[in-house]
Design a protein around this ligand. Structure first.
Ligand code: FAD
Ligand code: EPU
Length: 337
């Protein structure tokens, strides 16, 4: 018989630092344990919790919260160029990146310092500094919530896109990701073209490029740009960067000549949401215990006692004002619960 803790505060388990209570709470550290818990949950509301770094809790969770603590990293096969590493979903993402670097496994160094668990990484195909995990992804195992069966998904089945996967779309709420296999490179293919990586490597006095040096540079840039959730509650970028048709971008450029845009395939242009939010007048604005970060307006913050519902309302006000000014609808990246 599985027992649950009742009325558990989720404040320590979400990086926004929002106070919200779970009616029922339990951790799992093996697949049989998870299958057992899922049996007890039945058709009640269920929240699978990783590191809580991409969540906004807007109210108490009247249902079951299951926290993933599946641990373990193992090499399952190798070929001349690659090593295939299976990582259990409850491992911390950044610690896995550091483990890979220590073992000379290349391919995820640009994804250093992203908070959260390995199991949540495929949910939104985490990305930063020119890399997304789909580039090193081999497969994953996931437990079907309705049946407890373990299914394997290859890359195609995951339908990865920009901050997207099948687990956020048609299979939303249907699976718990239990482990991920990454195909890492024995010989690094450095990607230093994005943002300030090269400049930062120079500042750091790096002469011979290494995956450790790239990781250190990415960490330095991230620390200078993004607030540390241990100091100020946040969940990284609140919205995705919108993608518009090239022809619409040209129209916007005529009206707003300084609008930045990055050309994508298929005649699309990505516009930084941070720029849109700053132009709409929100950068650095504070409203009691919550606000818009002073250096990175795409990041909403909780100064300590903020409420999730107030952050959600602020996000929707920002979205409305951006739509009114630019005719562009922002889509939240953070999972609003
Ligand atoms: P949670 O917040 O715990 O969960 C996120 C969602 O996934 C929830 O819906 C949850 O129910 C579901 N979920 C979690 N684990 C599982 C599982 N095992 N199976 C099924 N569903 C699951 N993201 C980027 O892509 N790039 C960045 O550069 C980046 N920078 C960030 C910087 C900061 C300071 C912060 C706070 C966040 C940042 N993020 C970034 C967002 C976040 O780190 C990622 O989305 C991360 O993958 C979330 O992991 P988590 O374990 O904390 O997920
Ligand atoms: N900008 C402004 N004003 C600002 C800050 C930024 O106008 O105050 C504009 C500038 O044009 C700048 C551009 O926004 O060039 C991009 O800013 P930044 O490099 O900080 O990146 P971002 O687009 O805001 C994205 C990801 C981050 C990821 C970084 C680095 C999304 C939604 N966000 O942020 O991911 O770490 O690039 O690759 O794609 C996350 O997903 O949570 C996250 C933090």
């Amino acid at each position: 018989m599985t027992t649950f803790s009742e009325n558990v505060s989720l404040k320590p388990f979400n990086t926004f630092g929002i106070e919200a209570k779970a009616s029922q709470f339990q951790v799992f550290s093996s697949i049989p344990e998870l299958q057992d818990l899922l049996n007890s949950v039945g058709a009640s509301p269920l929240l699978i919790l990783g590191g809580g770094s991409n969540l906004l809790l807007t109210q108490d969770f009247k249902g079951y919260v299951l926290k993933n603590e599946l641990k373990g990293i193992s090499v399952i096969k190798e070929d001349e160029d690659h090593v295939f590493v299976e990582v259990q979903a409850g491992e911390n993402w950044h610690e896995f990146v550091l483990h890979a670097i220590a073992n000379d496994w290349a391919g995820i160094e640009n994804l250093s310092l992203i908070p959260g668990t390995v199991g949540a990484a495929p949910m939104q195909n985490i990305g930063a500094y020119g890399i997304e995990i789909k580039e090193v992804f081999d497969s994953l195992k996931a437990v079907e919530i309705a049946t407890g069966e373990v299914h394997t998904f290859n890359k195609e089945a995951c339908q990865f896109g920009y901050r997207e996967s099948v687990f956020k779309k048609s299979l939303k709420g249907k699976y718990v990701i239990a482990s991920v296999v990454f195909r890492l490179n024995k010989t690094p293919q450095f990607n230093t073209s994005y943002g300030a990586i090269q400049e930062t490597l120079q500042e750091m006095g790096v002469t011979g490029l290494s995956i450790k040096a790239v990781s250190d540079a990415v960490i330095k840039i991230r620390q200078s740009k993004l607030p540390d959730p241990n100091e100020i509650g946040n969940a990284g970028s609140f919205f995705k960067n919108p993608e518009v048709e090239k022809i619409d971008f040209e129209g916007l450029k005529a009206e707003f000549p300084s609008i930045p845009g990055y050309q994508l395939p298929e005649n699309k242009v990505k516009i930084p949401a941070a720029w849109l939010i700053e132009q709409a007048g929100w950068k650095g604005k504070t409203f009691g215990q919550i606000g818009v970060h002073k250096n990175q307006p795409l990041v909403l913050v909780n100064y300590g006692q903020g409420k999730g519902a107030d952050l959600r309302d602020l996000a929707f006000k920002i979205r409305t004002s951006v739509t009114q000014k630019f005719g562009i609808e922002l889509t939240p990246e953070v999972n609003i619960i």
